[in-house]
Design a protein. Structure first.
Length: 736
């Protein structure tokens, strides 16, 4: 048997079935078929989405502000207090305590978790000491107001927590101070006892030690007072710097305002004179002096001197300006009063700072004198015993520990009493952006409604496709070899001349058969699924293609109830061959009649008109005659055709025996065909004749089913296919 080169087979012929249709292909096909329904769904979805977006429009305002961590003034002594980290403060901003206070202030019905989700707190760029706070709300004014209050609440909460922490530290320090004092007193008592035991020298030593202790206490008291004065000095200097800066800014504003009024008057008066006026010489001098004053506006000149110079320039502009100067005095009087008040406050602070500096100098002098006295007294103390020295060392250690704790407690108390705040508002709250949810709501509603309306359409298409030929083939793993209505085209075709068909689908089908059954003498059974027409025309076309490729083909019409039409037999056998077949039929009928086969005489046709077969003419001898009559040989029913390399066994003129397709004689026909032909094409019964179909399927090397294109398969046909697949029948595919 001549076989085709597998490399010549196009990709369409090598179909690899899958268990379920590809989702993308299904969606594309459904949209192509029902595009107008989907278009209506899109219009309805767009309208509903637009209306819903307008109805549920929601505005979202984003307010932003920032606070700066400045820390606390440094203490001159170690106080044992460490401020929380910036990450801890970030967590504190949106703490439930602060949010509950904000809810109480503004009567906010929103819960704390929901309110916290509206907040975003993070550090500034590069992990700086600035904390950025973002608040998202649906009202711009409320967003700014609530964020501003939250920042103030946070700053107050930080101060309160610091005060509570310092109180805890102070109480702990007081307890430790009591323990250290008791320890020092015990050490002093042991030292005094030892000194008493050592005699009068020791007594004198104890007295001197008491004096030393009193002197040391006095020195420590002076040191504490000095530390307090130094801490006060730092606070006063900070306030003086702030007030001085404010005074400088206010003076600059005052100077700029006064200069602006005089300069406006100069500009107004200069417009009143023409370019040739003699007064312009005087006004040019005024302009030059004003330029000089503009260059000195940022210098630290006295405000009174500045005012005097500008009023003098103002009189040069217009000599009679008494009323104008009084008006300027009235406008600038609030600035002058504020400047005087700030200057008075600054002088008071400077005076307090001066007094504090004098107090520091006095304390330092006293401390120096006491230190000299202490050194002289220690130099006069006589040598003590080794045990007394050890007791003295213990006493000094206990006294140092007590003094250190005392300094720490004092520093904590000073830090608690300070008016400084860790945080200040760096950027006041403002609205950064305002956005609406209209677009997002439109998209969401559109997608939801479109999916809701499209789902029934896709479901209808899915259930409608479940019983189609393609879906059944994919589910059973059977390739659909052609979907181009090949079977009806071949059945309706009128062959004037049996040339090679020009259908690409038919040629590909023939190529698939050659590749699937490559053994010489292979038998291919062709049967119909829900198709009651004859498959004989399709086999004629396939035989013609195969014969043109060098195959020796035998067509067997084994359809019991569906036989080939006489027109196809005319085209296939031709006029001379029909006469030959009819004469062979007459001879066999006469032989059968002499043998007592009366039923053959009853079945034989009665008319021949012009040598052509008509409806009532004599039909060629065929397979049914061979299965029914024992004296008919296989060679008698094999008829030549007009196609080179193609022979034919017609269905015959008799009815097929009930078990004829499973009989020994049917096996003889197929065995003879396998030995003498390279390929046998059998036109089998339709699928509703299951017994006959399975009889032939058991003898076939390949099975090909035909179906009506575009029509769903009946449940019975799908069950028959499933049974054959379960029996591992050699099904080549389905043709429509």
């Amino acid at each position: 048997m001549a076989t085709a080169d597998p490399q010549l087979l196009p990709e369409e012929a090598s179909y690899s079935p899958s268990g379920s249709p590809p989702a993308t292909a299904f969606l594309v096909n459904a949209i192509r078929k029902r595009w107008w329904l989907f278009f209506i769904c899109m219009i309805v979805s767009g309208g509903l989405a637009y209306g819903t977006a307008k109805l549920m429009k929601k505005t979202t305002a984003t307010a932003t502000g920032s606070i700066l961590y400045a820390g606390l003034p440094s203490s001159p002594s170690r106080i044992g207090y460490m401020s929380p980290t910036i990450d801890t403060y970030i967590v504190m901003v949106a703490s439930p305590t602060n949010l509950n206070r904000l809810r109480d202030i503004h009567d906010i019905e929103l819960g704390v978790p929901q309110l916290a989700r509206c907040l975003t707190v993070k550090t500034g760029r590069f992990r700086s000491a600035k904390i950025d706070i973002t608040f998202i709300w649906n009202d711009e004014e409320e967003a700014v107001e609530w964020l501003d209050d939250l920042m103030e609440i946070f700053i107050e909460e930080v101060i309160r927590l610091r005060s509570e922490t310092l109180d805890t530290h102070i109480r702990h320090g007081d307890r430790m101070l009591l323990v250290a004092t008791a320890k020092a007193d015990q050490a002093a008592e042991r030292l005094r006892t030892q000194q008493q035991r050592e005699g009068s020298a020791a007594t004198n030593l104890a007295l001197m030690e008491q004096e030393l202790q009193a002197l040391s206490s006095s020195i420590e008291t002076i040191k504490t007072s000095l530390d307090t004065a130094e801490f006060t000095k730092v606070g006063l200097q900070t306030e003086i710097d702030a007030i001085s800066q404010r005074n400088t800014d206010l003076q600059k504003t005052y100077k700029a305002r006064l200069f602006g009024d005089v300069n406006d008057r100069y500009t107004e008066v200069r417009r009143q004179y023409g370019p040739k006026s003699s007064a312009l010489i005087r006004l040019k001098e005024v302009g030059r002096r004003l330029d000089e004053m503009a260059e000195k506006i940022d210098n630290d000149h006295d405000v009174v001197e500045w005012k005097t110079q500008l009023l003098a320039i103002n009189r040069m502009i217009l000599p009679t300006v008494v009323d104008d100067e009084e008006m300027l005095d009235e406008l600038l009087q609030p600035y002058e009063q504020e400047i005087d008040r700030i200057e008075t406050q600054r002088r008071d602070l400077v005076l307090r700072l001066h007094v504090n500096d004098q107090q520091i100098e006095l304390l330092k002098a006293r401390l120096k004198n006491k230190a000299v006295e202490l050194r002289e007294m220690k130099a006069s103390v006589p040598a003590a015993s080794e045990y007394a020295l050890r007791l003295e060392a213990e006493y000094e250690e206990a006294n140092r520990e007590r003094q250190l704790i005392k300094e720490q407690v004092s520093g904590l108390q000073q830090l608690k009493g300070t008016r400084a705040r860790e945080f200040s508002v760096a950027t006041a709250p403002y609205i950064r952006e305002v956005e609406t949810n209209t677009r997002k709501m439109f998209v969401v509603v559109f997608i939801f409604v479109a999916a809701l309306l499209s789902a029934p359409i896709f479901a209808w298409e899915y259930f409608a496709e479940r019983n189609t030929l393609e879906h059944t083939g994919r589910r059973l793993g059977l390739p659909v070899l052609s979907t181009q209505a090949l079977v009806p085209q071949m059945a309706d075709r009128r062959y004037a001349h049996l040339d090679c068909p020009d259908s690409d689908a038919l040629r590909l089908l023939a190529l698939r058969i050659q590749q699937s059954v490559s053994q010489p003498g292979s038998t291919v059974l062709v049967s119909g699924l829900d198709y009651q027409g004859s498959t004989f025309p399709l086999l004629c076309g396939l035989a013609q293609c195969l014969a043109d490729r060098g195959e020796h083909v035998l067509i067997v019409d084994a359809g019991k109830s569906v036989i080939a039409s006489e027109e196809h037999l005319k085209n296939l056998l031709g006029e001379p061959l029909q006469d030959f077949a009819a004469s062979r039929r007459s001879e066999r009928v006469m032989v059968a009649s002499s043998g007592g086969e009366s039923d053959a005489q009853e079945d034989s046709p009665s008319e021949v008109q012009g040598g052509a077969l008509t409806t009532s003419s004599m039909k060629p001898i065929g397979l049914s005659d061979y299965l029914e009559l024992e004296d008919v040989h296989v060679e008698d029913v094999i008829l030549p055709t007009t196609l080179a390399g193609v022979d034919c066994i017609c269905s015959g003129s008799r009815s097929f025996p009930v078990e004829g397709l499973a009989s020994r004689r049917m096996s003889d026909v197929l065995d003879h065909a396998r030995k003498n032909y390279s390929l046998v094409l059998v036109a089998g019964p339709p699928s509703d004749q299951l017994a006959d179909l399975q009889m032939l399927a058991a003898r076939a090397d390949g099975i090909l089913f035909t179906a009506v294109p575009g029509k769903s398969l009946a449940e019975r046909s799908r069950e028959i296919l499933q049974e054959l697949v379960d029996l591992d029948a050699p099904i080549l595919g389905i043709v429509s």
